[in-house]
Design a protein around this ligand. Structure first.
Ligand code: G3I
Length: 334
């Protein structure tokens, strides 16, 4: 039974001081109840797939904007901020451009980025210009991931792409988005230090970057058993650089937890609260996006694992879970 969705919209609720949003798919907008839940809960939305290069790219290499146009029209109709996810990502390169010569890749990647940013210039609150630039195991001293972007555009591809997007869309906030920076582990600490050094380098060379995006795919058991002093201290260092933090893909994997659904949901809510409060306390938090509208649609449940994850704020029936109430409350207090 779908909970009777009150029609309260953000305009009626006291607007949260920290914009909250969901990653949405075009399919979400086609279901009345899901659409209503997004309108009720979100002041921002992020296309989970529709803006990516492989999503837009037709087999002949041309770009099909129909799905993304629909997402943009929805956001504009409901006065929601839009996060343009994501312009450069090694996992969203269309198959036809994976094994081409560097010049062909550079031309195609730049054409996709320029066409998308020009089309939606002025409509975007932010652009996720580069996603997941670091991969320590690739062996570079600065931790940069070996990708077609690095090979074709050079070690300063991040500089080039941020400068290009700033030129094409001067109003939007420009975000460098990364995963795995939030954990209490030696690998995460090493990645945090490499990210800090990368950001210091970019800013010293006047690269126009406004925000660091923390994907924030959390594991409930690991988070609650972890010591987050290093993460908190590192957030303060990011803040001292003058950069804001956007929590870009928040979800809390509860599959390692003991207990029934009710107990797991309460624990997930506790992780949401503690994590958002930690980032609010130690950083200039510019927004929080959950990576999906409701549990059953989460990317965590696409791998066919034995136990369904309940990582988000709404369950499969769009019922509001304890995490929903925690997030609404936490987003209102500065
Ligand atoms: O919509 C098409 C459908 O028409 C087609 O028939 C089908 C056949 O493959 O594909 C469908 O698209 C899928 C899309 O999700 C639908 O939402 C793509 O194959 C699939 O690759 C895509 O997966 C997304 C993935 O990124 C890759 O783009 C996930 O939904 C999305 O949750 C995931 O999100 C990433 C972030 O962008 C970056 N951070 C990690 C995060 C999780 O991997």
């Amino acid at each position: 039974m779908v909970e009777a969705l009150d029609q309260t919209s953000n305009a009626d609720l006291a607007l949260p001081s920290i914009p909250l949003g969901y990653a949405i798919r075009m399919a979400d907008l086609r279901v009345k109840e899901r659409r209503a839940a997004v309108i009720r809960d979100c002041s921002t939305v992020t296309p989970e797939y529709e803006c990516k290069w492989d999503a837009l790219c037709r087999t002949d290499g041309s770009l099909d904007f129909d799905a993304m146009d629909e997402v943009v029209a929805f956001a504009e109709a409901h006065r929601m901020g839009l996060h343009g996810h994501t312009l450069c990502w090694h996992r969203s390169i269309p198959r036809r451009f994976l094994d081409v010569d560097p010049e062909r890749f550079r031309a195609a990647a730049t054409a996709y980025l320029s066409n998308v940013v020009r089309r939606y210039q002025g409509a975007m609150l932010s652009w996720h210009v580069v996603n997941e630039p670091l991969q320590i195991t690739d062996g570079y001293d600065d931790g940069l991931r070996v990708s077609p972007y690095l090979s074709a555009l050079g070690a300063d591809y991040i500089h080039k792409m941020f400068r290009l997007v700033r030129t094409l869309d001067p109003q939007a906030l420009l975000v460098l988005n990364e995963m795995g920076l939030e954990y209490d582990s030696p690998a995460a600490e090493q990645k945090r230090q490499l990210m800090l050094a990368l950001l210091q380098r970019l800013m010293s060379e006047d690269v126009p970057i406004d925000c660091l995006g923390l994907q924030s795919h959390l594991n409930a058991r690991d988070f609650l058993s972890g010591n987050h002093r290093n993460f908190a201290r590192w957030l303060q260092e990011i803040k001292s650089l003058g950069l804001s933090i956007e929590v870009t893909e928040l979800d809390v994997d509860d599959r390692d937890l003991e207990g029934d659904v009710e107990a797991r949901d309460e624990t997930v809510a506790r992780v949401y609260l503690e994590y958002v409060e930690m980032v609010k306390t130690n950083a200039r938090l510019s927004g929080v996006t959950l990576w999906g509208v409701s549990d059953e649609g989460s990317w965590l449940n696409t791998s066919g694992s034995r136990l369904a994850a309940r990582p988000l704020a709404l369950d499969a029936y769009l019922m509001r879970k304890p995490a929903w109430f925690v997030l609404q409350a936490s987003s209102r207090q500065v």
